[in-house]
Ligand binder design. Sequence first.
Ligand code: FE
Length: 212
Amino acid sequence: MLVTRRSAIATGAAATLIGMASPVRALTPTSDQELGPFYPVQHLADTDADLTHVQGLAGTANGTAINVVGRVLDIKGNPVSGARIEIWQANAGGRYRHSGDMNNKVPIDPNFQGYAILRTDRSGNFKFRTIKPGAYQIPDGRWRTPHIHFDVSGHNERMVTQMYFPGEKLNETDFIFATAASKPSVISRLDNALSGDPNTPAYGWDIVLVNG
Ligand code: FE
């Protein structure tokens, strides 16, 4: 926008008025997204926040390890403590640990947990370590861009959605991403400072439930 002196003054006046009223600025609610066919019908006993290892196995999941770090908030920005978060996702090759996944060209990775149950802390924070999920093709030939499924239960609200990655070419054509009321609300941001681990890329993503 071209900022003229007049518009700068007008903007300043508006800002002052907003400041005087001191309203709480509402956050954009995270858009919901469909559940999809691969919600785990059965999963491993290991449901902890490190999906790159399966308890009792010595190996490590194939693919690029990442951390996902975020908060669950209500629309006013208050943290939602104790929110329950279930996550599930495809492995690095784009295959789910699910009997219904017909992507049989790609094997299940025995060392990839694929599913976790998390709880936010008192400040609404959550964090998990996983593998960057691969894209996958569905039976009708269309591609799903890389994503992680979330089922989030706050105190007053439950939301099913999917988290996406920035800069993915397939985001532009993904038919489920296209249905998001607010696309920015479902795309994570690459922010390695969040990781606490210089060797692992970190993606930040906050989940906004309207009523917490
Ligand atoms: Fe999926």
